[in-house]
Design a protein around this ligand. Sequence first.
Ligand SMILES: Nc1ncnc2c1ncn2[C@@H]1O[C@H](COP(=O)(O)OP(=O)(O)O)[C@@H](O)[C@H]1O
Ligand SMILES: [Mg+2]
Length: 469
Amino acid sequence: MIEMRLADVAAVTGGRLHRASGEERVTAVEFDTRAIAPGGLFVALPGERVDGHDFAASAVAAGAAGVLAGREVDGPAVIAPPVARWTGTYLDAHDRDGSGAAVLAALARLAGHAVRALPGTTVVGVTGSSGKTSTKDLLAAVLAPLGPTVAPPGSFNNELGLPWTALHADAATRHLVLEFSARGPGHIAGLAAAVPPRIGVVLNVGSAHLGEFGSPAAIAQAKGELVEALPEDGVAVLNADDPAVAAMAVRTAARVVWFGRASDADVRAEDVGLEAGRARFTLVAAAGRARVALPLVGEHHVGNALAAATVALELGGTPDGVAAALGAAVPASQWRMEVTDRADGVTVINDAYNANPESMRAALTALAAVGEGRRTWAVLGRIAELGETSVAAHAAVAELAAALGVDELVAVATEDYPGARCVGDVAEAVALLRAELAPGDVVLVKASRAAGLERVAAQLLRETGLVSP
Ligand SMILES: Nc1ncnc2c1ncn2[C@@H]1O[C@H](COP(=O)(O)OP(=O)(O)O)[C@@H](O)[C@H]1O
Ligand SMILES: [Mg+2]
C-alpha cells in the first residue's frame, strides 16, 4: 500500500478524525486484529459473534495507527460517514446500525483512491458463476513472470476482500488481480465503480445463487456489470463457448477478445486430451501456439486457463511463457479439486469448498476421468441457494453420476439425491467410507460451503500416510 496519513484517510473517505492528530502514518489495512502491525489501519466491522469496534483498543495496543470505524471507538480513528441505504452488503445480518456498511463504503473509497494513484498498475477483474478463484490463481501464475502481481488469497471477492486486496498494491505493482462476486444485482457494478478494472474476464453464467437472483437472465445481467464498467481502452475477455457470456459483447465499450474451444475464438484450445483427469491442449493465439499440460485436475480448467492466457497475452506474455506458467500452476486456494493419493492407493478429491450445479457437473466428470478403471465414490452434500430449482437440480446431479458410471453415490445430511445412500452427518459418512473403501478407490467430496464436507476429506487423509500432495 502507498503510505498515507490518517488525515488523508479521513479526507479520502469523507470521514472525521476522532481522538487523532491526523499525522498518524498508515502503511497497511487489516480487518483482523491478529494481522495488525505498527502502521496498520484497523477496519472495524460488526460480525456474527463479535463487533470489531470493541477491539479498537487492542488493535491500537498492537501498533495500529488508527481505526476505520462506523462509530466512535476507544482509540484514534476515522469515523466513516453513514451511508443512506446500507442494506445489501455481505454483512447485512449483523449490521444492525449500518456502521458496517459505512466502513465498507469508506474502505471502497480508500481502495479506489489508492489504485488511481498507481497509473502503472493494470487492474484485471474476473467474474463468473464458477471458477473465479481458480482463474484468479491461474492469472496470478501467468502474470507474475511478467511483473510484480498482487492477487487475493482464497476467495476475497466481496465488499471487504476486494478493497483489502486492492490496498496491497503499491508503486511496484504491475498487475492487480481482483475477484468480483455478486449475491445480487448491482454488487459487481458497485465493486467495479470503487476499483475500476481495465481488463475484465467473464468465465460463465451458471446457476450459482439462482435462488437469490431469481433467474438465469438476472445472473447474466449481474455478471455483465463487470464489462459494462470497462473503459474504451479496456479489454473484455469473454468466453466464446458460453452464449450468455457471448451476449455481453454488446454491453461493453471495451475491445472484446474471445477465448474458448470455439474455432473462431481469438485464444483457443485445440487437441484437448485428458491424462488422469488433467487436461493437455494446444494453446492457439495470433502470437503463436504452445502445448499446455495443466497440473490441475478437471477438464473445466481448460476454459479457466484460456481466460488467464488471454489476459497474459494482452499484457505482453508469449504463448511459450504462458504455457510454462500454466504448466507449473498448483492449486493455490484450498478445497478446490485437491487430489491426494493415500499410501494404500485410495485417491481423495477434495472439492468441498462450495458447489453449484455446474461445478458439480465439472467435479463428477473429473471424478470419472481420474477414476477410469477404478471404483468411484461421490460423497455429496446439499447444493444451497437453488430456490425452486433445487429438487430438479439435485435429481440431475444424481442422474449425471449414474450416467458417468460413478459406482457409489453417498448423500451426506440430505435426502435430495434420488437413489443415493444417505448418511446423517460427516461422522457417519467417514464411518461408512472407513468400512467400505478399498485400495484403488477414488472418492470425490463436494457440497455447498455450509455442509463443511472438507472434514470428510480431512478424516480420510488422516487414515494413512500420503503419497503425493
Ligand atoms: N469453469 C468452470 N466450470 C465449472 N466448474 C468450475 C469451473 N472452474 C472451477 N469450477 C469448480 O467450481 C468450484 C468453485 O471453484 P472456484 O474457483 O472457487 O470458483 P468461484 O470462485 O467462482 O466460486 C470448484 O468445485 C471448482 O472445481
Ligand atoms: Mg471464489
